[in-house]
Each structure stands twice: as C-alpha cells, then as structure tokens.
Design a protein around this ligand. Structure first.
Ligand code: FAD
Length: 377
C-alpha cells in the first residue's frame, strides 16, 4: 500500500522543476525554521522572506519568461504553493495577496467581456514590478463581496481620479508590502481598484495589527479611509461590479492549493508518528487515502476543467477539503497528546491554520458547503 508521502508526491517532472526544487530549499533552510516566530504576533513574518521568495522567482512561477517570470505550468505553481503553505502559513498568506494585483492587473477580470472593465494607468506602470515580485503588493478587497451598503465608497474627484471613504476590515502585510490594492464601490454600480503605496497618507489610516488567534504575525490591519484622494495614475482597474462578483464567485469556488498544502503536511506528520504507534498509522492511512483522492479531484477541477464548469462540484469539494483539513489537524493533536498544545509544538499551529483556511476567501456558498461537510462527518 502506498504511503501518504507517496500518495501526495507530485509527478516526476513537477518534482524536478527548478521552482519546486528551490521552494523546498527555501522552506527547509529559511522559512521553515522561522515558522514558529512568523506565527507569533510579537515577532511575525520576516520581511526578508517574501523578498527571498520573489528573488527566486517564486512569486512569478506562472508569469511568462518574457515578463521576468518562470513561465511554468499551473501544476508547478500549485506544488510550490502547497509546499510553502505546509511550511509556514503566515509567510504563504502574506505573499498570496500579491497574486491579485499581479494577475492581469486585478484578477478575476480574465474572462470578463472587454466592455465590463477598463485598466487604469497603474496597471501598465506597475506591471513589470508586480510580475517579477520586485514590487510586493497587498490587497483590501474582501469587503466588496459583502451585500448591503458598500463598506468603501468611491466618488469621482473633480479633475480626475477618485475620493475613497469607508472601512476595509482586512489588509494583510501592512509594512511588508510596497503597494496595496484597495477596492471601492461607485454610485454607478462599478468597483474601482486603486493601487496606492502601503503607507499612511492624508485620508488613510491603518489600525494596529489585529489581535488574531492565527496569522498573528502577518501584520493584518483594518484600513480607515476618510475622503482619501486617489490620483488618476493610481487607478488599476474600473470594473462592472456585478460582472466582477460573478467572476469572483467562480474563482472562489475552487479549493485553495494552500489548504491542500496544510492537509498534506498534517497527514505526512500523522504518518510519521504512525511509524511508532500502529493505532496512529491506521488513521493516517484512512485520512491519507481520503485526502489524496479529494486533492486529485481538486487539482483536476483547478487545472483541467475550464472555470465556470462544474461549479457546484468545486464548491462541495472546497467544503469537504476544509473540513478534512480541520479533522486531520485535530487527529494529529489527539495522536501527539498534551505536548501538541505547547506553543513550541507545530501541531497547535496547524490546528489554528486549518481554522483559518475555513474563512480565507470565504463566500456565502462556500460557507454553506463547509457547514454541510461538518454536518455529515
Ligand atoms: C487574518 C485574516 C487576514 C485577512 N487578510 C485579508 C486581506 O489581506 N485582504 C482581503 O481582502 N481580505 C482579507 N481577509 C478576508 C478573508 O479573505 C475573508 O473574506 C474573510 O475572512 C471573510 O470574513 P468576513 O468577515 O469578510 O465575512 P462576511 O462579512 O461574513 O463575508 C463572508 C462572505 O459571506 C457573504 N455574506 C455576508 N453576509 C451575507 C448576507 N447577509 N447574505 C448573503 N451573503 C452574505 C459575503 O458575500 C462574503 O462572501 C482576511 C481575513 C482574515 C481572518
């Protein structure tokens, strides 16, 4: 019978890709040893680590070579994300924000009708830096997924540009990133994405880092905007709100590779523990087989099936994988016993990270799928 490590092993050509080899090296030598500190709000993610990932091309795995990226296949990208998220959730979470403004200036515009959106000057101006990761970006967009009155409003400024007012509840990497993409809603049913320096300025105040039970070292803050001026050249994108939400719903339906990375790490550790304890080996085998099967399905939907197809399957699967990740992390604590709850033990951190994967990029339908998965297990 294959081991959990074998079940989760990537295809040979993916394992041999330089991006994967370099991710493993950085995780083993640099990021992994710092993971307990990165989790600690008092110490946090080392700002040098996102830069090291960028310098190695690991924030640009799929970016075309002509634009300074590695031009690798999506399966390679997925592998690097799984490895990083399974090593240090906080470092992964800081750098994952960068993908949004990097990908076609503000994913998910890809696939939208051309008349639904307009890129602003910031798209071309920052594209080279974002593509290579030389310019690191964060985002404050979750609020535009919420129904009801807009959390951040954009009003046209006399002479061009916008003025933004309201509250953005979440912005990770404040003080680590160079730029932040802030989303706001116009009175005409559009979203404006501004790309502004990650720094206080008139009309923009960042709160203190949120007192989080997980991702405490990611410098996650709330932003208060009070008539903040956005210059015309700071506009990244202007998009029809309904079209963006529809595209976002397709994108958020998919399981995050990062969740699979945590699941994989926890199951591998469970298997290692099982080498000394037969009763642990049994649960590692059972959960490992289930996890590998769900992961294979998630990879197939993410990589091989066009977005917009089998959306209900994707959402169900995302719920089931989130639930299995929570269960596997807790199984590891049960197997490890009391020492797992020491702050020096990674097991308690993985339980908290599994909790975090429930809410990251969560939408109403995703939440329902998670609850359904908890109800049947
Ligand atoms: C530590 C941490 C760091 C984060 N960092 C960032 C960041 O850097 N940038 C960022 O943009 N986001 C960030 N987030 C937000 C994250 O990605 C999720 O969007 C967020 O956790 C969901 O929680 P919420 O409080 O926004 O939930 P809610 O406001 O409950 O929204 C969750 C979902 O439910 C839906 N919903 C809510 N109310 C209703 C309703 N009445 N009817 C129908 N549907 C409804 C919304 O559409 C939304 O999709 C962060 C979150 C955490 C916990």
């Amino acid at each position: 019978m294959p081991t959990v490590e074998e079940l989760f092993a990537p295809p040979t050509e993916v394992a041999a890709h330089p991006a994967v080899v370099e991710t493993i090296r950085l995780c083993d030598e640099v990021i992994g040893p710092h993971a307990p500190a990165a989790d600690d709000p008092a110490r946090g993610v080392d700002p040098a680590h996102p830069r090291a990932l960028a310098a190695a091309g690991l924030l640009s795995v799929r970016v075309p070579i002509a634009e300074g990226g590695l031009g690798a296949a999506q399966r390679v990208d997925v592998e690097t994300v799984e490895l990083l998220a399974g090593t240090c959730g906080a470092t992964w979470f800081v750098v994952t924000q960068h993908r949004n403004p990097q990908a076609d200036s503000a994913s998910p515009v890809k696939g939208l009708p051309a008349d639904a959106y307009r890129h602003g000057p910031a798209a071309a101006a920052h594209r080279p830096g974002l593509a290579t990761g030389a310019t690191l970006a964060g985002i404050a967009v979750a609020h535009i997924r919420r129904p009801g009155p807009p959390a951040v409003r954009a009003e046209p400024a006399p002479g061009g540009g916008w003025r933004l007012s309201g509250s953005a509840a979440w912005c990770t990497g404040w003080g680590i990133t160079d730029l932040t993409m802030v989303a706001a809603t116009t009175a005409t049913g559009r979203f404006v994405f501004a790309l502004v320096p990650t720094a206080p300025r008139p009309g923009l105040r960042a709160g203190d880092p949120a007192p989080l039970a997980v991702m405490g070292g990611t410098r996650t803050v709330g932003l208060e905007l009070d008539d903040m001026a956005v210059a015309p050249d700071e506009v990244l994108l202007d998009v029809d709100a309904a079209a963006w939400l529809a595209a976002d719903a397709l994108r958020t339906a998919d399981t995050r590779p990062a969740t699979l990375g945590l699941l994989r790490r926890v199951l591998v550790e469970l298997e290692r523990l099982g080498r000394r304890r037969p009763e642990v080996a049994d649960v590692a085998g059972t959960l490992g087989e289930r996890g590998a099967a769900l992961r294979e399905e998630a990879h197939a939907l993410l990589i091989d099936v066009p977005a917009g197809e089998r959306t209900a399957d994707r959402i169900r699967l995302r719920g089931e994988i989130a639930e299995l990740t929570v269960r596997a992390a807790n199984a590891l604590v049960a197997a490890r016993s009391g020492s797992a709850t020491l702050l020096t033990s990674p097991e308690q951190r993985w339980v908290r990270e599994a909790m975090f994967h429930l809410v990251q990029g969560q939408t109403d339908v995703v939440r329902r799928a998670q609850l359904a998965a908890f109800a049947v297990s």
